[in-house]
Design a protein around this ligand. Structure first.
Ligand SMILES: Cc1cc2nc3c(=O)[nH]c(=O)nc-3n(C[C@H](O)[C@H](O)[C@H](O)COP(=O)(O)OP(=O)(O)OC[C@H]3O[C@@H](n4cnc5c(N)ncnc54)[C@H](O)[C@@H]3O)c2cc1C
Length: 169
């Protein structure tokens, strides 16, 4: 049974696979910031930009009907979209010194196609290292990481045995 290990317990292992996924990071909305390119793109496709703080979402008969703005105006809308980011669930692992990478989607564990991180013996798989992976891809990647670890353990043991044999002759 997986245990969160937040009870002070300690487990020791030669290999550690991090598969803790991601969590959404919702913007602290006080007004969303757009750079000039984003503004130009919105204008080019005919999307009006209203540069004002939203103070409330108005609901009429259980349906979104408008956005109330801080200046008192109400803009009629049928839907509201809020862009969220993501963050890899790496809390508590800071002491490992794992490298992360940040892109427009958020911050994630840096790991290669076979799950290697910058720390030997620590592996990453699934959304924690690639938020674009869907479920079947996460499963497939996890299996690949497991095979890579298994191969490393087998060949590591074999190399150690061979080295010991040569040392003794
Ligand atoms: C709303 C939504 C809809 C989706 N729909 C689809 C879909 O239709 N088809 C599809 O293929 N994919 C879909 N996905 C994506 C899919 O769910 C993910 O790609 C997949 O679950 C990622 O697997 P994972 O193992 O990397 O992470 P997760 O499934 O997120 O598992 C991570 C686990 O780690 C645990 N965890 C986190 N931190 C800690 C910690 N500190 N200690 C111990 N445990 C921890 C979490 O509780 C969780 O159980 C959807 C995702 C979302 C959010």
């Amino acid at each position: 049974m997986p245990r969160p290990l937040d009870d002070g317990d300690e487990l020791r292992a030669g290999q550690l696979i991090i598969a803790t996924g991601v969590r959404d990071v919702l913007p602290d909305i006080d007004g969303v910031e757009f750079d000039q390119e984003a503004l130009d793109t919105l204008a080019a496709v005919g999307i009006p930009l209203i540069d004002e703080q939203v103070s409330a979402v108005e609901v009429t008969e259980d349906a979104i009907s408008g956005l109330r703005l801080a200046d008192g105006r109400t803009v009629p809308v049928e839907a509201v979209g809020v862009s969220s980011g993501m963050r890899a669930n790496l809390d508590g692992l800071e002491a490992l010194g794992l490298e992360t990478e940040t892109n427009p989607q958020g911050t994630f564990l840096r790991a290669d196609d076979t799950g290697h991180t910058n720390v030997p013996g620590v592996w990453g798989t699934g959304n924690v290292m690639d938020p674009d992976l869907q479920l079947s891809e996460c499963i497939s990647h996890g299996a690949r990481v497991a095979v890579t670890i298994n191969n490393g353990l087998i060949f590591g043991d074999a190399e150690a045995a061979l080295a010991a044999t040569r040392k003794s002759v």
